[in-house]
Design a protein around this ligand. Structure first.
Ligand SMILES: Cc1ncc(COP(=O)(O)O)c(C=O)c1O
Length: 427
């Protein structure tokens, strides 16, 4: 099957923007993706046609109610949630996690244990460290193998005890790109009687997510990482969400999902998030026929969204291989992540590297001069760079292609790096 890159790139107006005549190359996607025009249109329509507070009973308010209901349903389709009211919107993944951690904390007592991982972004670590500090809980650290860049789940077995209440892991690393075996982790945690809190921020743009199949208890992601606006989303298992005591204003509803959606929400952010899900569905319906058959158990949008992500991931895996091969050709460059061709499906296309004798921030700055956008440093994956022994030396350069990037952009990056690396080393 051919990949219709032209049709996809046409959806993203920012991809054709130039600065001083030079086309932009967006490899900063793990920090935030570009948005398709249907998302811009949806947000604009929301602000023009539905701009009111909710439950007012007049035209614009009724429309705002509809925007909100549609957004919850869209995210339920995206994550294969059992119902739309298990979807909680909020400012971003970090804020949602800090918020729900307060309610989870009300179920814990001193001495209870939380497992966090050395592979995670700090947004799935710091909230639990803070909770542990407040409640005298014990934190246990799940390490990763710094040669394979993967967890050894035998290590998790050693950490789980009858006191473990929560296991917090990322579905995909924002630094190494490793995709973790979340389903196996959740099964182990469940067998030990613990809940699981999954950070799927970096998985969501690349791989279809099915919270029912994963059998997790909480899963958080951010729409601005999957081609939508700045908006966080948390899914929680209904029984748990209903059993927790929310931190909320007293007049606010006690029903789901409102009991966890504190204050007035970003209706336009929700409209844009629903449009991002519809964008995936559009890709699925128009281009991903070969993958639709795997999702016969789903109907309509849910089916097409999941097929679209498979279709995109196959293309992204080719991009990742191409990028890895190219980086291997540059002297002194070390990829901090999975590189084996037969393991390419165990990573997202986010590829981080260090270059002997050069500071990553200098490389990123020199690339920026050529209008090539990348990230450098630790990207809040502080524990990861510490475990890899590259914290003091300034972390990595992170190249994050997604489904709208192409090999020509990778060639431009590689050519630029070839020229830049000696300069960065001399700096
Ligand atoms: C893996 C991961 N988790 C969490 C976050 C934080 O997301 P947010 O900005 O929505 O709080 C990020 C942001 O880069 C991330 O990459």
């Amino acid at each position: 099957m051919t990949y219709d890159l032209g049709a996809i790139r046409d959806q993203f107006p920012s991809l054709s923007r130039k600065d001083d005549g030079v086309l932009r190359v967006y490899f900063d996607n793990p920090a935030g993706t570009q948005v398709s025009k249907c998302i811009v249109e949806s947000m604009s329509a929301c602000l023009i046609e539905s701009n009111a507070n909710i439950l007012g009973g007049f035209t614009t308010s009724n429309r705002a109610d509809a925007v909100i209901a549609n957004a919850h349903q869209a995210m339920a389709d995206f994550l294969n949630a059992a119902s739309a009211d298990e979807i909680i919107f909020g400012q971003n993944m970090t804020t949602l996690t800090l918020h729900i951690s307060r309610s989870i904390g009300r179920t814990l007592k001193p001495g209870d244990e939380i497992i966090v991982s050395r592979m995670d972004h700090d947004a799935n670590i710091a909230p639990w460290l803070l909770l542990a500090e407040d409640l005298n809980l014990t934190i246990k650290w799940l390490p990763f193998n710094t040669e394979t860049f993967e967890f050894d789940l035998g290590e998790l077995d050693k950490l789980l005890t009858e006191k473990t209440r929560l296991v917090c892991v990322g579905a995909a690393s924002n630094l190494t790109g490793t995709i973790n075996d979340v389903k196996a982790i959740c099964a182990k945690a469940k067998a030990a009687g613990a809940w699981t809190y999954i950070d799927a921020v970096q998985l969501a743009p690349h791989v279809p997510i099915d919270v029912q199949d994963l059998d997790c208890d909480f899963l958080a992601c951010s729409a601005y990482k999957f081609f939508g606006p700045h908006q966080g989303i948390l899914w929680g298992r209904r029984e748990i969400l209903e059993s927790l005591q929310p931190y909320k204003a007293r007049p606010a509803t006690n029903d789901l999902p409102g009991r966890f959606e504190t204050g007035t929400q970003s209706h336009e952010g929700m409209a844009g998030t629903a449009a991002a899900v519809d964008y995936f569905a559009w890709v699925g319906e128009n281009f991903a026929q070969d993958y639709v058959g795997s999702y016969q158990q789903f109907q309509g949008r849910r089916k097409y969204v999941h097929a679209a992500l498979d279709y995109m991931f196959a293309y992204e895996s080719d991009l990742a291989s191409y990028l890895i091969d190219g980086l291997h050709g540059l002297p002194g460059v070390v990829i901090q992540g999975i590189t084996a061709k037969d393991a390419i499906d165990r990573r997202v296309p986010t590829v981080s590297f260090t270059a002997e004798g050069a500071i990553s921030a200098n490389i990123a700055a020199l690339l920026a001069q050529q209008n090539i956008f990348v990230w450098s440093g630790h990207s809040y994956a502080v524990e990861v760079v510490k475990a890899l022994g590259i914290y003091e030396s300034g972390g990595v350069v992170r190249i994050g292609p997604v489904h709208y990037n192409n090999t020509a952009e990778i060639d431009r990056l590689l050519l630029a790096l070839d020229e830049i690396l000696p300069k960065a080393r001399a700096a």
